[in-house]
Design a protein around this ligand. Structure first.
Ligand code: 9YT
Length: 131
């Protein structure tokens, strides 16, 4: 049995802030938990835009708070996000993620699981896992 809380993760190595300050992510489950996926709560700060491209991972994202949008690149299609919305990057879609007036609180699942050591490169991508 694994039991963790967001409060227990704050200020530990499982809490990561983006280099550009756009988001903070708390990693509830990572690769070493051996669940076959990783599980995150990510807060995207109000008024920010982040380019993301998970070339090597599939991700599903569920919004629990806030409003924003995803814009897929290069087709420019806009997908609004509000509480209750799920989006799945099933084609490794390159995208902009924007939060509007309030912070966006998102719950995310990655396959393959993130190890927690990944760093977004200039394309918004994480490297492929070593396995
Ligand atoms: C919304 C989103 O892409 N969240 C991803 C989680 C975060 N980049 C992390 O924990 O690395």
């Amino acid at each position: 049995m694994i039991m963790r809380t967001i409060n227990g993760i704050k200020n530990t190595e499982r809490e990561v802030t983006a280099v550009n300050g756009n988001w903070v992510s708390r990693r509830l489950l990572l690769d070493d938990d051996k669940m076959g996926f990783s599980f995150h709560e990510t807060t995207i700060y109000a008024g920010t835009e982040t380019m993301i491209w998970y070339k090597n991972h599939l991700e599903a994202v569920y919004c629990v708070e806030g409003e924003g949008e995803v814009e897929t690149i290069p087709d420019g299609e806009i997908y609004p996000i509000q509480p209750g919305t799920m989006y799945a990057l099933n084609k490794h879609d390159k995208h902009y993620l924007r939060a509007f007036q309030n912070d966006l609180k998102l719950v995310c699942v990655f396959n393959p699981s993130l190890t927690g050591d990944e760093v977004h490169d200039a394309e918004g991508s994480y490297p492929s896992s070593q396995r």
